[in-house]
Write a protein that binds this ligand. Sequence first.
Ligand code: SAM
Length: 270
Amino acid sequence: MNLRLQRVQRILRDSGLLGPIEKFRYLLSVVRWYRKNREFIQKHPDFKVPPKVLAYDAYSAPDWDFYKQSGEETAVFLAAISNKYLSHDIPLQVLEWGCGPGRVIRHIPNAFSGNTNTYGSDYNPATIAWCNDNIGQIKFSLNGLQPPLHFEGGYFDLIYSISVITHLSEEVSRLWVDELLRLVRPGGILVITTNGDSRKNVMRPDEIEAYESIGLVIRGKFEEGKKMYWACHSPQYLREKLFSGFEVLEHVNAGFPYTGQDYWVLRKPR
Ligand SMILES: C[S@@+](CC[C@H](N)C(=O)[O-])C[C@H]1O[C@@H](n2cnc3c(N)ncnc32)[C@H](O)[C@@H]1O
């Protein structure tokens, strides 16, 4: 998005008009993808797709080709990371925190060759209700905007979270990263995506200043957790503040499939 559009977005945000505009953009997106989606459903009659409003809420695009293909490829990408750092001799306990309407998690059992017990959670009750009714082999649960999740400490070998702390405040992100640290076992892995340096080109001058001095830019004035509530963290901020309880195994700038976000592979110390 260029800087002129950013300026318009800020005016809409400040005046409280971003919500109504988002509803209008949703309707436009339904029209935009209508024909392509009809073809998709003819081609994949057994593939269950979520309500469009849930897909828009999570990805801005109720586009079923994107939903299926990006989900499959991202699950394979996560399996490769898991293979690199974890033994797959016994079934892995895997959690997606902030799973949305199942884009990635529905493909995890296949991508991991059936060798997982897979769990998903989200704070959106409609999304969790749809996942529960339509996606088999996975246990879904609803959480609040703030922790906890109702699992005992060290329950998971692998937790991943795609584009979730990118929509949370500083305080709530901190609480969640602490909760994920509690939930992963010693030696287990957290894969988490963030907005970082590659987003500087969409920042306004005051945001760049905040990013470089504090390491954090928040665009609020919208419901926390929704995609129009936007957070961008510098790598230094994440290493020193949010992720300091983990060992950083990998940080790849703008390298996560399809989202173009940074990803971090973190290990809980043994
Ligand atoms: C951009 S979407 C990404 C969805 C999914 N991770 C994916 O990549 O397909 C962000 C998701 O985070 C969820 N979310 C936001 N705040 C949350 C919170 N505090 N706890 C759990 N989920 C949250 C939203 O409901 C939404 O499903």
